[in-house]
Design a binder for this molecule. Structure first.
Ligand code: FES
Length: 63
């Protein structure tokens, strides 16, 4: 699914960037060789970053 129509990158592109250690919205654009234009996609990218961070949080600590 397209995340950014202005730059033509997908959720898979963003996930791949996050997996390589990209940890902020501006760095996602940069790693994909893109730049924010309308920035409508930035909140979705931010949500994806937060979701991926949540997956890395150890659940064993919640006992
Ligand atoms: S949709 Fe991503 S910058 Fe416009």
């Amino acid at each position: 699914m397209y995340v950014c129509l202005c730059n033509g990158f997908t959720d898979r592109d963003v996930k791949n960037a996050i997996e390589t250690g990209v940890d902020s919205v501006p760095n996602v654009y940069e790693s994909l060789g893109a730049a924010p234009q309308c920035a409508k996609c930035s909140s979705h990218i931010r949500g994806m970053l937060q979701e991926e961070r949540g997956k890395k949080t150890p659940t064993a600590l919640s006992k």
